[in-house]
Design a protein around this ligand. Sequence first.
Ligand SMILES: [Zn+2]
Length: 118
Amino acid sequence: MSPATMSGIRCKCGGTLKDDVTEVEFFGIDFGVRKSEVCAECGSEYLPQEVMEELEAEVKRRGLYGLERRGRVAKSGNSLVIRIPKEIVDSLGIKRDLPIVIYPADKKKLVVEVEDKV
Ligand SMILES: [Zn+2]
């Protein structure tokens, strides 16, 4: 996409887009710092089409495409429970009693890793 076609595009909110760079992470994969356009009004970030295609291709290559699911935290006794959807269970081959390690990666992200077999 040429700079000429990128300029003049406006955000959904009607704000003007400015060239910027964004740390891109998608499906937990770090794609590094990429060129982006950021809305001067609401701060929404837009990635160029070629970057979007690259992200999608890599997620598909890793067999992760389409596995994102929404859910809610449930309660069981004194613990909170996060259910793992069947599609993710099947895709990763998760089984009952599988040893896991769970830790917060930041304030809004929880990582669940399958523990390495010793
Ligand atoms: Zn905006």
